[in-house]
Design a protein around this ligand. Structure first.
Ligand SMILES: [Zn+2]
Length: 220
């Protein structure tokens, strides 16, 4: 019999550990860290293989953006080789949160298994199972690059815009005249307060200096 691996009692040093299997193995799962932030698009210090927002696949393989190697599935590889979790990888390389990091062949196999096991319980109306909060939270998230460059999404969005324009619902981008009036009135009110005014002036001055510093000198 093999002895179990030594357990690190506290891999999570700066937050409360959820005691999940991964943390118990001595490497924080990162999902129990309340201060955890997903990386931003392109936050990868090394070379990037393939295109951001596109998961490169052939029939049986999927390509890792971080090292260019091909695998049947990326989950295990990115954890071991690049210390990345799937959600971090997807955020960094612009993939949709719902994109599976697997080859088309693996995906098909997974779908067949899921259909066999759960098919009888599936409803066609999955939106019903989400709370209004979940629906509005997901709709306010900025779209991932993969979703933004997807031709079928682009077509759907342009058709929607056309329909809204035809129905007279289109508005030019920016604030409505009413909102602008309200904003200006509120600003006048706030500026009556001397400490607000001082902070406002200081902030504007700092922003102005930053802009001047970052603009190249045209005389040079
Ligand atoms: Zn890799």
């Amino acid at each position: 019999m093999t002895s179990p691996k030594p357990i690190n009692p506290d891999p999570c040093t700066d937050h409360a550990c959820d005691g999940c299997a991964r943390c118990r193995r001595g490497r924080c799962c990162r999902k129990d860290d309340p201060g955890r932030r997903l990386p931003e698009l392109g936050d990868w210090s090394g070379p990037i293989y393939g295109q951001l927002g596109v998961l490169e696949t052939d029939d049986r393989h999927v390509r890792c953006h971080a090292c260019g190697a091909w695998f049947e599935a990326l989950g295990g590889h990115i954890r071991r080789a690049h210390q990345l979790l799937a959600d971090e990888y997807k955020a960094m390389f612009g993939l949709n949160a719902g994109t599976g990091l697997v080859s088309p062949a693996v995906r098909q196999r997974q779908q067949e298994i899921a259909r066999e096991v759960f098919g009888a319980f599936w409803s066609t109306d999955t939106a019903r199972f989400r709370t209004p909060e979940q629906r509005s939270a997901s709709s306010r998230q900025p779209r991932r690059l993969q979703a933004r460059i997807d031709p079928s999404n682009r077509q759907a969005w342009s058709e929607r815009s056309r329909r809204r324009y035809a129905a007279g619902l289109w508005r030019p981008p920016g604030f409505s005249p009413e909102a602008a009036r309200k904003g200006a009135a509120r600003m006048r009110e706030l500026m009556q307060n001397p400490s607000y005014r001082a902070a406002f002036v200081a902030k504007n001055r700092a922003a102005h200096v930053t802009i001047q510093q970052s603009e190249p000198d045209p005389k040079r």
